[in-house]
Design a protein around this ligand. Structure first.
Ligand code: GDP
Length: 442
């Protein structure tokens, strides 16, 4: 992610002091210098770094640390706490109107990820029970309307557009009326972006703000744009007044330190983080989890949440029963794989675990490719074949290989693996029956 470089350096520094039984003022000073360099190198705003270091130093040379039994750990704890503070302390949630529809106004520079994020948010909040309407307020680029329509189409979320109308204020107002009439309880306005901030754009956004009074004005900021991200946030906040920031492209590989400065500079919280190009790649922003991630303490909470969201409990219980009664079929295997896919790339998930070196995950991709091939093979089987692989004779296998774009060898291999898997399951469930607490399940 964008914090990889910073993360690596901070972890190195921390490692040195973590286990130390005695920490002198000089140790603290040395460490602060290293942290300062790491932050500056990661492109964190200069003033923000200075304040941060001052705060941490002050706390670290206090008697609470130097005289404690585990001074090294105390120092790490303080760095962690101050990093959380820097990122906004607590999760900032979005506001919903007491009387629907709630109106979100998305703004930001062109290319920041505004349209994508509008779709991602609609998708995320729909999962929480909202009924969203996307609104195309960018009247300057016909392609912009089209793009939002494509996003809406992919998500099966309606897009409100008035293609002959050149007035974004009117479009926004009409959209709110429409939402009221059709009972959409969340209106997301995708406003026009420009390459740079200009008066005309700000005036237009202010007009929309005045006429529809959005409940949330969310600024979409590309975390890969360095100090520009901070400047843009400052300008938008001064001229328009924003309620929060969505940081996009946190999955990128440039220095993302600027993003760390946004909250400190504007005083406005980061509410969401975009972590990829897919429309499911968005997460609420949790300062504590992000700080843990940066310091390499692992983001176990995010991980668990992700798994829970993707995992359907009812299906899991059903599956467990099937395994126990040996009715597990290729159909179930396919479903399992699809569940796993919903959790996102394996590499992402492993990367969030404590102690996992992101660089060591290169070969995980290979397995994902293999998984895709396995999926293709199963999908090329008929329902009957999936439920009873024993009927897979030579000609059936040939057909399946051709249908899935794989080879007969691969099909053979899968069938063999599947049989072995079943054997293993049988062994495990037998053991479970014998032992008191054994077996599958929770
Ligand atoms: P807009 O001009 O502000 O509406 O920006 P778009 O929504 O068109 O996004 C610009 C580009 O950034 C597109 O190629 C998006 O796929 C990409 N993008 C948006 N958000 C993310 C993100 O979180 N991660 C990555 N990797 N790409 C993103």
């Amino acid at each position: 992610s964008v914090f990889e470089g910073l993360s690596g350096k901070l972890q190195e520094t921390i490692k040195k002091i973590r286990g130390q039984g005695r920490v002198s003022e000089k140790d603290v000073k040395d460490m602060m210098r290293e942290i300062k360099l790491a932050l500056l190198e990661a492109d964190v705003n200069f003033k923000v770094v200075k304040d941060f270091i001052n705060k941490v130093s002050e706390r670290c040379v206090g008697s609470e640390v130097l005289e404690s039994l585990t001074p090294g750990q105390q120092v790490v704890k303080i760095v962690h706490e101050e990093l959380i503070e820097l990122l906004g302390r607590e999760q900032s949630k979005v506001t919903f109107a007491p009387k629907p529809p709630t109106v979100f106004m998305m703004c930001g520079l062109q290319g920041s990820g505004k349209t994508t994020t509008s779709g991602k948010l609609a998708n995320l909040l729909r999962k929480q029970g909202k009924n969203p309407l996307l609104v195309a307020c960018d009247v300057y680029r016909p392609a912009a309307i089209k793009q939002l329509q494509v996003v809406g189409g992919q998500l099966n979320i309606p897009v409100f557009a008035l293609e002959d109308n050149q007035n974004p204020v009117e479009i926004a107002k009409e959209a709110v009326k429409f939402a009221n009439m059709k009972q959409y309880d969340l209106v997301i306005l995708d406003t026009a972006g420009r390459l740079h901030i200009d008066e005309k754009l700000m005036d237009e956004l202010l007009d929309i703000k005045k006429s529809v009074v959005p409940h949330e004005i969310l600024l979409v900021v590309d975390s890969m744009t360095g100090q520009d991200a901070v400047n843009v946030s400052e300008s938008f906040n001064e001229k328009l007044g924003i309620d929060g920031v969505v940081l996009t492209k946190l999955d990128g590989d440039t220095r993302g330190g600027a993003a760390l400065s946004v909250k400190a500079v504007t005083g406005k919280p980061i509410k969401f983080a975009g972590m990829g190009e897919k429309l499911s790649d968005i997460e609420p922003f949790f300062p504590d989890r992000m700080a843990s991630r940066i310091l390499g303490m692992g983001d176990v909470l995010s991980l668990i949440e992700k798994a829970q969201e993707a995992y359907d409990e009812k299906k899991a219980i059903e599956l467990e029963k099937k395994m126990r009664t040996m009715q597990f079929t290729m159909e179930d295997l396919l479903e399992q794989m699809q569940q796993m896919k919903k959790m996102g790339p394996l590499g992402d998930i492993l990367g969030m675990m404590p102690g996992v070196d992101a660089k060591a995950l290169k070969n995980v991709d290979v397995d994902e490719k293999k998984m895709a091939r396995t999926e293709a093979i199963i999908k090329s089987m008929t329902k009957k074949e999936r439920n009873d692989p024993s009927i897979l004779n030579g000609s059936r296998r040939k057909r399946i290989a051709a249908g899935s774009g794989t080879t007969i060898q691969e099909v053979n291999q899968l069938v063999k693996q599947f049989e072995e898997m079943k054997k293993l399951m049988k062994m495990m469930t037998d053991m479970g029956k014998r032992g008191k607490k054994g077996g599958f399940g929770k």
